[in-house]
Write a protein that binds this ligand. Structure first.
Ligand SMILES: [Mg+2]
Length: 280
């Protein structure tokens, strides 16, 4: 694979993740029926949602946390430095973001107090750990290394299985594998691509839904649009789906109206990080 194709996939993945987040944030916690009633069908990156004053193209904690991890990996030439990642996330928490998951907050506050890098809640069903692993996959690191960071906040076998599935799927996609190859990689791990009704943001349902939209659609745009209009944990599901779909279809497949509407600070930084991540 030449450098251009590699960049197209890595940048597609990071920008795809952010686009899914920014599209889905509009309808997080809404049912598909409520979305239909209020918006018809969401196909654009609109302002609004439950986060007060949210602008069009503004991302949520999902993208902000993933970018902290990506920055850390770039600063250490792709070698995971768990302390550096935790420090960056703590700094982000102290910047008073509009939205922070409860297990992420607990894990980071425990890190502040004790310096321990493994405060993972062993009962949480949340998906805040899984949402931080995409840069590991793009930097060519293993799912076990990604899990070493996730344990800062989330430490269940279900979280580990989701991390394993997502990292393996991303690696297969970034190596140029087709959907069959990607499906083979994650067979037997226990997170299957299935449509989930009433997904409340637990890690298994979020990834199952994201995989389902990826495998049952044929374009980046359709994948994200389906994930968004299914509502519930729409920002996280569409971010996870967008990360994988962006890696598979490439940057050029992301609709221009979305990449243009995306928060320019995120877009520019994601492209800069992609240049470096793709070289590791
Ligand atoms: Mg979010």
């Amino acid at each position: 694979m030449d450098n251009n194709e590699k960049f197209n996939r890595v940048a597609g993945s990071l920008i795809g993740f952010a686009c899914g987040d920014a599209c889905g944030a509009l309808v997080e916690f809404m049912t598909p029926g409520e979305i239909r009633k209020k918006y018809g069908r969401v196909v654009d990156m609109l302002p609004g949602g439950w986060i007060k004053g949210r602008l069009a193209g503004e991302c949520t904690d999902d993208t902000q946390m993933a970018l902290c991890v990506a920055r850390s990996l770039v600063s250490t030439c792709g070698e995971p430095d768990y302390k550096d990642m935790s420090d960056r996330l703590l700094e982000w928490l102290d910047s008073k973001p509009k939205d922070v998951g409860s297990a992420c907050r607990r894990g980071l506050e425990a890190y502040r107090k004790t310096g321990s890098l493994c405060n993972g809640d062993d009962t949480t069903l949340g998906n805040g750990g899984l949402l931080r692993v995409l840069p590991f996959a793009l930097a060519g690191r293993t799912w076990q290394e990604a899990m070493g960071h996730v344990e800062l906040t989330h430490n269940t076998s279900l979280q580990a299985r989701a991390v394993q599935s997502y990292v393996l799927a991303l690696q297969a996609a970034s190596a140029g594998g087709d959907k069959r190859d990607i499906g083979m990689e994650i067979r037997g791990i226990g997170i299957r691509p299935v449509g989930v009704k009433n997904n409340r943001g637990d890690v298994k349902n979020s990834l199952s839904s994201a995989l389902n939209w990826f495998f049952t659609t044929d374009t980046f745009e359709d994948c994200i649009t389906q994930a968004v209009n299914a509502g519930h944990d729409a920002d996280s599901v569409a971010a996870l789906a967008g990360g994988l779909a962006g890696c598979h279809y490439g940057l050029a497949a992301i609709p221009e109206r979305w990449s243009k509407a995306l928060d320019p600070v995120v877009r520019i930084e994601a492209l800069e990080l992609a240049v470096l991540l793709g070289k590791f």
